[in-house]
Design a protein around this ligand. Structure first.
Ligand SMILES: [Zn+2]
Length: 582
């Protein structure tokens, strides 16, 4: 007869405090409480899932009741009838309640109220209430009442992943223990131990990856190990990546190299291959984000530690990449990719978004053209990288034949000339391309504005000046500043639709070279732009005593304005419609 497979997280659950992994301080304190017979009426175990809360509760219950000892003892035998029953969840006096599940929620209050009856088999009655923050109000009140006047030999162990949602009155009556995420190294060792005991075929890197990805939760780690042990070729790194839906590091290197080497064809091809292999665009993006994070980490920490998301085997590649790009560029890429995350998640065509945006990252590289080399001294530009390195090699060999003093001068001259011409070319290019890019993004923001009048106003009197990590900078024509600012909420919500909830907007004066204001009044002594409007208006609206305020009020009631009238007004105010697209 085939027996049911016992999951690893049950089979290898710690049975005594000494086996509890990664919670040394808690184990020590509870052991001490048992040895000194200072048992609290209620304990609150807080911490992420799979960190040993329920296991600790069961160990505590056994320690209180083990038949081998006459008194509470921190080392339960695990063999006596009561220990066995508790291990299997069958002991009558150890009541485990899952407050999160729906079964019998109505009865929880009654169950708690029965705490006043003496235990039937055991010495101590133990209530283990899992996810106790989910208790109903009635149950919470019953619980509160019971732990306020605790019956003899009853212990409540409340476990929760959300301690802040547990009633303060309950918290203050419990001894609180914070379970920490378990260290990756500890998880790795434990998994290795299980794999050996179970004679599972495994790659060391596979087990390491499971440990790394389980976020400090032992149960998740064991569950993954369990599932992967069924794979025909055992626990390989590749299998782990597949199960987790992650893009393999080898594939991510390809994408990254295409970006660094600036090869659009290879970038699109790699993306497409990845997609065809079943990788989701969002997973590709997340992979790239994690690599940029690691590259950034690399700039401050050279030795491999658990802090790195990528595996140790990946470090050589990471080294190579970090030699090719500078910190500022990594940050640029990271911010760009981070903004993309929201768009991809909300897009009906995530693949398209990813490809287009990754390609534009490539363009950015060409366009920005700033020196991204690490030392910051040699001004080579990525777009000209190949030619340049060739030229430099030639120059170096030439220079070798020249006498030392001349050599230095020649070197300098060559470098200076190269630098200057490249810098000039690149600066021109950068200005052009970046402004085009901003214009596209601005158009995208405008498209999310619902009111045509607002859209019209912004398209003429404001422009996108730049996007910092969380701030979208919008330049305003001085005369329209107040009116545009009064629509901040609407504009901000449009920005958030495109770039994500974390973004906020900042208004700046429109940059001078781009702002082609042709005001009638050009008296240099008159710095007050309001005066300009007043003067301007009085020209054609002489009958009105306070034309400016009325006109502005009129504009504020923007619902009544159609596109043409707002255009007329704009025309009227500035003497010229400023067209961003010219
Ligand atoms: Zn026992």
């Amino acid at each position: 007869m085939a027996l049911n497979h016992q999951p690893f997280h049950q089979k290898y659950r710690p049975t005594k405090f000494d086996e509890l992994i990664g919670q040394d301080f808690i184990a020590l304190t509870l052991k001490q409480a048992l040895l000194t017979n200072k048992i609290a009426p209620a304990y609150l175990f807080c911490g992420p899932r799979g960190t040993g809360k329920t296991s600790s509760a069961r160990i505590l219950a056994k320690s209180l009741n083990c038949l081998k000892h006459n008194e509470p003892n921190p080392s339960p035998c695990n063999y006596c009838e009561l220990c066995k029953n508790i291990n299997n969840g069958l002991a009558l006096d150890i009541i485990e309640i899952d407050a999160a599940s729906n079964t019998g929620v109505e009865n929880i209050r009654e169950i708690i109220e029965k705490a006043n009856f003496a235990p039937t088999q055991a010495r101590w009655k133990v209530y283990v209430i899992d996810e106790c923050h989910m208790l109903s109000t009635a149950a919470s009140n019953a619980l509160l009442k019971t732990i306020e006047e605790p019956p003899e030999r009853v212990v409540f162990i409340l476990a929760t992943t959300n301690p802040e949602r547990v009633l303060q009155t309950i918290q203050s009556r419990c001894q609180k223990f914070d379970f920490k995420r378990i260290n990756t190294e500890h998880i790795y060792k434990h998994l290795l131990n299980i794999a050996n005991k179970e004679s599972i075929h495994f790659e060391d890197s596979g087990i390491k990856l499971i440990a790394k990805r389980s976020n400090g939760g032992m149960r998740d780690a064991q569950r993954l190990l369990d599932q992967l042990s069924l794979a025909p070729n055992g626990i390989t790194k590749n299998n782990v990546e597949n199960l987790l839906g992650e893009v393999s590091e080898v594939d991510l290197i390809k994408v990254f190299n295409s970006l660094i080497n600036n090869v659009p064809e290879s970038l699109i091809k790699t993306c497409s291959e990845l997609y065809d292999d079943g990788n989701e665009p969002i997973a590709i993006l997340e992979g790239l984000l994690n690599i940029t994070r690691d590259l950034l980490l690399k700039t401050v920490q050279d030795d491999y530690t658990d802090l790195f998301y990528t595996s140790k085997e990946f470090q050589t590649e990471l080294d190579k990449m970090s030699n090719l790009i500078s910190k500022s560029k990594i940050i640029d890429w990271h911010c760009y990719l981070k903004n993309l995350e929201y768009q991809i998640k909300n897009s009906g065509q995530p693949r398209l978004w990813l490809e287009i945006n990754l390609t534009s990252l490539l363009d950015l590289e060409n366009k920005k053209g700033i020196d991204y080399n690490k030392d910051g001294k040699t001004s080579r530009f990525n777009s000209d990288r190949d030619n340049n390195s060739k030229n430099q090699k030639d120059l170096i060999s030439e220079v070798k034949n020249i006498r030392p003093k001349e050599k230095i001068i020649v070197n300098e001259v060559i470098q200076n000339n190269q630098e200057q011409s490249i810098v000039i070319n690149q600066i021109n290019k950068t200005v052009d391309d970046e402004s085009i890019n901003l214009k596209e993004k601005w158009a995208l923001i405008l498209s999310k504005l619902e009111l045509p009048s607002t859209r019209m106003l912004l398209s003429q009197q404001a422009e996108l000046m730049g996007i910092q990590s969380n701030i979208v900078e919008i330049g305003l024509s001085p005369n329209w500043e107040n009116m545009i600012k009064s629509r901040k909420v609407v504009i901000e919500s449009a920005v958030k639709k495109i770039f994500g909830e974390q973004m906020s907007i900042k208004f700046l004066p429109k940059s001078d070279n781009k702002f082609k204001l042709t005001n009638v009044n050009k008296d240099p002594s008159d710095n007050d732009s309001n005066a300009i409007i007043t003067n301007n208006l009085t020209h054609s609206n002489t009958s009105n005593n306070n034309p400016r305020s009325e006109k502005l009020n009129d504009l504020n009631n923007h619902k009544t304005l159609d596109e043409s009238s707002s255009k007329n007004l704009a025309d009227f105010f500035n003497g010229e419609i400023i067209d961003n697209h010219e």
